[in-house]
Write a protein that binds this ligand. Structure first.
Ligand code: AHM
Ligand code: MG
Length: 335
């Protein structure tokens, strides 16, 4: 059974950048995710973890204690590895510059830009439902000896060199892609190691599930409403099953394995869409395409969108090509 580290080394020829720096980066991701796994698993036992931190975050949302814990865990972990030069997080208004110039070991590979949602779906923490971390990695654009600038973060999704998520569910699973397929590793908590459990994940041929918050039906456009009716129609391989957790990582993880579409469109409450392009949609879109699917804002490929700001929102659709294309047709015809 491969560990994540062994798998990266074994597949080093498929990664165009330094394997050593990738291993270092993963070592920080693994460390922080294990710390979060531990906290999630004892969440019901301690008031230090469940509930609100009393802070309203940059998104105008009530920050949970675990959101804050996860943000700090990843930040500390990235700072200590000498491979990351800048981080943007859902929990911080501005990007964070990591300056390692004063350290002895000033690696040339200190060039990764990380965008992260440390704990997505946090409204599910207090009720024991799956939550996740989503991460996206780019190579720094600005000269290596300079501090990062906003342009380093505002790169198109198709420039990602690594994207992934960690789902803290009935088990903790890390799923990633460096552009050479999508692979999943399950944490064995007794030894603290991630083992390869899902090799080369692909959307199955059979389309089965649609995931959307149907409570917002009255706020959807006609095209989205018609698509929902289409999913429910008894024809061909339909009706599809409706499944919606309200945790992007959980909904996506199920859909990529069982075959389903995830939709968070524009609504009256979120006229630009709810999900954030840079650290929620882009990484999930990258994995979607690597798994043989399609990710779109209804018209354009998510990975082609030119980002304008750090916390930009976008409508988001991802899933098997056939289902996403069908929805795009409805949106094109009916709005
Ligand atoms: P968050 O980043 O504040 O946790 O919000 C993102 C989450 C997604 O995980 C999920 O798919 C969506 O918001 C659910 O939103 P809603 O409750 O409006 O359906
Ligand atoms: Mg989020």
């Amino acid at each position: 059974m491969y560990t994540l580290g062994e798998f990266i080394i074994e597949n080093r020829d498929y990664f165009s950048y330094s394997t050593e720096s990738l291993l270092r980066l993963f070592s920080s991701i693994k460390l922080a995710s294990k710390a979060i796994h531990k906290e999630v698993n004892k969440a019901g036992l301690t008031t230090e973890i469940i509930g609100s931190s009393g802070v309203i975050n940059i998104q105008g949302e009530n920050q949970k204690k675990l959101d804050d814990f996860a943000h700090r865990a990843f930040l500390e972990s990235f700072k200590n590895r000498n491979v990351v030069c800048g981080i943007a997080s859902e929990e911080a208004k501005d990007f964070i510059v990591i300056n390692n110039k004063d350290k002895k070991e000033n690696f040339l590979q200190n060039q990764y830009i990380v965008l992260i949602d440390p704990l997505d779906g946090s409204s599910n923490i207090d009720v024991n439902v799956s939550i996740g971390t989503i991460f996206s990695v780019y190579i720094k654009k600005s000269p290596i000896q300079m501090d990062v600038t906003i342009e380093d973060f505002l790169q198109q999704g198709n420039k990602q060199i690594l994207a992934g998520y960690i789902i803290y569910g009935s088990s903790t699973i890390l799923v990633y892609s460096t552009g050479n397929g999508v692979h999943g590793f399950t944490l064995d908590p007794s030894v603290g190691t991630f083992y390869l459990s899902h090799y080369n994940i692909h959307f199955p041929v059979k389309e089965k599930i649609y995931s959307i918050n149907e409570g917002n039906y009255a706020k959807f456009s006609n095209g989205i409403r018609k698509f929902i009716r289409y999913c429910q129609e008894k024809k061909d391989n339909r009706p599809y099953t409706a499944r919606y957790i309200g945790s992007l990582v959980g909904d996506f993880h199920r859909n990529i394995i069982q075959g389903g579409i995830y939709i968070y469109p524009k609504t009256a409450s979120y006229p630009e869409g709810k999900l954030r392009l840079l650290y929620e949609c882009n990484p999930i879109a990258f994995l979607t395409e690597q798994a043989g699917g399609k990710a779109s804002d209804g018209k354009n490929s998510i990975l082609d969108i030119e980002p304008k700001e750090l916390h930009q929102r976008t409508p988001f659709i991802c899933g098997p090509i056939g289902m996403v294309s069908q929805l795009e047709k409805f949106m094109n015809n009916f709005g």
